[in-house]
Ligand binder design. Structure first.
Ligand SMILES: CC(C)(COP(=O)(O)OP(=O)(O)OC[C@H]1O[C@@H](n2cnc3c(N)ncnc32)[C@H](O)[C@@H]1OP(=O)(O)O)[C@@H](O)C(=O)NCCC(=O)NCCS
Length: 191
């Protein structure tokens, strides 16, 4: 079941987040660590506090599986790219304009609990996000996926499988305490 988030989802959301969080200073030091995060996906930031979660509750979509929280997605309405970020646009005239257009809709966070992986949970939440993004008046839905220092292959495959195309790659920068961090920007037409 897909539904809007409630305050009471915070603990389960945190548990899911911690289950897929990737600590670049430790996890990446072993070969198994690298393989695990490449194959199952990962989040690099710490996740929101209860206060931050409450403040943007209406932007979260959650999925339930067997009475438990199976995953969550946050839909953002502002561009995440900072003006100072160096970006390689695959089609500068087309994609840059689409990304900068308003209204804007992007997936700020997406995570599925390990117990619910590969059961279509992320796909269901994506469909709900697309409905909401269209209602916001957005023409496209955007999403960033980590490319370097470790490519998030499962997320990249998820996006490509669901009709997203590669629009840009950010040039190496220090982000989330990671040197040489790069991500790929994916975009999907909502037409
Ligand atoms: C990436 C993630 C969101 C996918 O969620 P999911 O619910 O397992 O995905 P779905 O079941 O909807 O998968 C849909 C399709 O995406 C692709 N896919 C998803 N996970 C994949 C994986 N680990 N390896 C290869 N392909 C994958 C497949 O084509 C899949 O279809 P199939 O199962 O019929 O082959 C999930 O693994 C996750 O939360 N990972 C940790 C956090 C993360 O990486 N978030 C994304 C940050 S950008």
């Amino acid at each position: 079941m897909i539904r809007s988030a409630e305050q009471s989802d915070f603990e389960a959301m945190r548990e899911t987040w911690c289950g897929v969080a990737f600590d670049p200073l430790h996890t990446a030091r072993t070969l198994d660590g690298w393989l695990d995060v490449k194959l199952s996906g990962f989040l690099v930031s710490d996740g929101p506090s209860r206060k931050e979660f409450s403040a943007c509750l209406d932007r979260y979509v959650v999925a339930e599986r067997a009475g438990r929280l199976g995953g969550f997605l946050r839909l953002d309405d502002s561009q995440e790219l900072q003006p100072e970020t160096d970006v390689f646009w695959i089609s500068p005239r087309q994609f840059k304009g689409l990304y900068e257009a308003r209204p804007h809709a992007s997936i700020g966070v997406l995570a599925v609990a390990q117990h619910a992986a590969r059961q279509g949970v992320a796909t269901e939440m994506l469909h709900e996000a697309e409905v909401r993004a269209r209602a916001m008046g957005a023409s496209h839905l955007f999403s960033f996926v980590v490319l370097c220092p470790i490519a998030n292959y499962s997320s990249a495959l998820f996006h490509l499988e669901n009709g997203f195309e590669r629009m840009a790659v950010t040039q190496p920068q220090k982000l989330f305490d990671i040197d040489d961090y790069q991500s790929t920007l994916y975009g999907k037409s909502l037409a």
